[in-house]
Design a protein around this ligand. Sequence first.
Ligand code: PLP
Ligand code: NAG
Ligand code: NAG
Length: 364
Amino acid sequence: MLISTLHGSYLFCALTKCVECSSEASELADIEWDNLGFGLLPTDYMYMMKCSQGGNFSKGELQRFGNIELNPSAGVLNYGQGLFEGLKAYRKEDGNILLFRPEENALRMRQGAERMCMPAPTVDQFVEAVKETVLANKRWVPPPGKGSLYIRPLLMGSGAVLGLAPAPEYTFLIYVSPVGNYFKEGVAPINLIVEHELHRATPGGTGGVKTIGNYAAVLKAQSAAKAKGYSDVLYLDCVHKKYLEEVSSCNIFVVKGNVISTPAIKGTILPGITRKSIIDVARSQGIQVEERFVPVDELLDADEVFCTGTAVVVSPVGSITYKGKRVSYGVDGFGAVAQQLYSVLTRLQMGLIDDKMNWTVELS
Ligand SMILES: *Cc1c(COP(=O)(O)O)cnc(C)c1O
Ligand SMILES: *[C@@H]1O[C@H](CO)[C@@H](O)[C@H](O)[C@H]1NC(C)=O
Ligand SMILES: *[C@@H]1O[C@H](CO)[C@@H](O)[C@H](O)[C@H]1NC(C)=O
């Protein structure tokens, strides 16, 4: 028998029971929910909305997930005029879905768009589009405890330009993919190497916005680090080569006693929403937080170091290597402070504790 698959192609299937697995009406997609990683798994729908330079975004709509068409001269392809965002949706035990601070992603995209000379959706347009996209792909939101739906909004110069200039047309797009819990097989602390030659960002540059060009630029240092067995790279400021900045795609915190310190936002580090939330959670737990210049030397006598970002939430750092010298934090999994913060934040995001912060948005 021939049955239609989700993506419009046809699949020959001899088993009657396959008919059920192609039904979009079912509560959950028929996949191995226990084996989710952090790779792209195509879902049913994506959201698209366009606008011309100087205009406003309007008439966004859901489309079947699939390839998009771009003029070879599109601004995003030729000059990197593009931004991305990342957030997650969790399924609660009652079946409702929780988004975490989506308006923060909307605001960050608007700030990035200003830097990159692009028009951006309003906060309402952004949040509504995220909600619509998640609900249309509801069956791809993993069951409680199995992971989350990763939501990836993009903003790009899709219009054709030849000379260097802002594109004449922009596309806002959202796609989603189910992802597993980062620490599926237990918490594995990451091992970082401090990079003191290549830099991720410069004062006056674009390190503080989530523009696509910042990421290809770190691949070289990241690949070299991985080839030597490290998990990722920790960047230093490019002026003094002395102060911590961040990891390729997450922010960093250093714990000493009852104080946690993190580099202040000053244009060269990405203002993480997890970073900001962890700062608030820490203060609510009576932990002192300092946002300041953090010299690389402080890594030497730190009690714990951890990273924050949407994908990992909180990731403990097991060791940091700087100019050939390795400092270990002697933790097998989480240190006590990172553990406490991870636990409070993830339970809040998953709807397991009362959201006194009013950070979650519930969809049913
Ligand atoms: C996205 C990102 C982060 C983390 O931001 P969140 O909002 O917490 O996900 C940190 N650093 C960089 C460079 C990033 O791109
Ligand atoms: C875009 O929206 C703003 C605010 O709603 C409005 O003032 C402006 O006139 C609109 N521009 C266009 C070209 O429609
Ligand atoms: C909670 O946050 C939402 C935005 O997500 C806002 O509209 C609402 O007014 C807030 N409620 C309270 C009680 O602050």
